[in-house]
Design a protein around this ligand. Structure first.
Ligand code: G3P
Ligand code: CA
Length: 323
């Protein structure tokens, strides 16, 4: 009986492929998503941004410079900060650029890659694809393999999109609905760093569209300068995350979300993961929230952790995260 309980508990712990199998292939490419599907991921993650003509594409940054040859193809299209923003390009234009491995910096002239030596720009032919195309790919892979791999889209910087005349949350929901993702049936989680937009999705958009998807509140540190929140005017649109780590915060989040996605560093009492886990996970789970921390990366293990296996052991067995 104990074994059955343990198996049931383990079955609820899911593996989410962050930007696809991005430890092996360039992030957010069709190849990386296909590989993650084949490797046995339970969910595939999609970061979403919008084009000038209102198409959702799967890309982490609001701008193209860290993962593409856009500066070579469209040198005249940079904004004042030197970056080329997806929202300034049509999908047809984006089809002309090549995607490659992520650079460590957003300086196009900087050759330092996150994964040096593999899939350089001139040795590969990866491109940008739409959210709809990825959903169709996953549907087909599920059909041909008999698997039921889910999706885990992230609405990137809704405030930036609003400033540029785009309602990315509404567009995301519409695309999800068009592809049959409408209920909390285990096939989808929808995530964002923006609590205001998540509340809008929960209380306005989903009721209007007759949808009921589980939402995940991503949590960062207020002073972290996350790339998706950097605005073209050079300022940072930081959300206030501090309240999310204060006592009682999980009750507030549970009113509009079904889970939290904290940075893994927030699960421990210090940056040394060998120290005791803090109370965040238990507090969230006590309020019925699932906990899916980001990001497990072989090249960025927490201090005191020596391997991915060790981190999995720590997160799944000792800390007890849900994914
Ligand atoms: O989706 C969770 C995690 O991916 C958030 O961080 O910057 O990789 O989108 P980021
Ligand atoms: Ca993400």
């Amino acid at each position: 009986l104990l074994m059955l309980f343990q198996m049931a508990a383990l079955a609820q712990q899911i593996v989410i492929a962050h930007r696809g199998a991005s430890g092996y292939l360039p992030e957010h490419t069709i190849a990386a998503k296909s590989m993650a599907h084949a490797m046995g991921a339970d969910y595939l993650e999609q970061d979403l941004v919008m084009t000038r003509d209102g198409e959702l594409v799967v890309l982490h940054d609001l701008y193209l410079d860290r993962v593409s040859d856009v500066a070579t193809k469209f040198p005249e299209r940079a904004r004042e900060d030197g970056r080329h923003y997806v929202v300034d390009f049509t999908l047809d234009e984006l089809r002309q650029i090549k995607i490659t491995e992520r650079r460590k910096t957003d300086n196009a002239a900087d050759p330092t890659m996150a994964f040096p030596g593999r899939f350089g720009l001139h040795k590969s032919h990866f491109g940008i694809h739409t959210f709809a195309e990825e959903l169709e790919l996953i549907r087909e892979l599920n059909r041909t393999t008999g698997k039921t791999v889910g999706i885990y889209p992230e609405i990137k910087s809704p405030s930036f999109h609003h400033q540029n005349g785009q309602d990315i949350a509404a567009a995301t929901l519409q695309t999800l609905k068009d592809h049959g993702y409408t209920t909390n049936d285990g096939s989808v989680y929808l995530q964002s760093f923006d609590p205001h937009e998540l509340k809008r999705v929960k209380t306005e958009l989903m009721p209007q569209m007759q949808m009921d998807l589980p939402l995940v509140q991503l949590i960062a540190r207020t002073n972290w300068k996350l790339t998706q929140e950097r605005l073209p005017n050079g300022q940072w649109a930081n959300y206030d995350y501090d309240w999310m780590l204060a006592p009682g915060a999980m009750e507030v989040i549970a009113q509009y979300a079904d889970g939290i996605g904290p940075h893994i560093g927030m699960l421990f009492d210090s940056n040394d993961a060998k120290l005791a886990p803090n109370a965040l996970v238990k507090q969230a789970q006590a309020r019925g929230l699932v906990v899916h921390p980001y990001t497990v990366r072989a090249d960025a293990l927490p201090k005191g952790v020596n391997s991915i296996d060790e981190l999995h052991e720590l997160l799944f067995k000792q800390v007890g995260v849900d994914g």
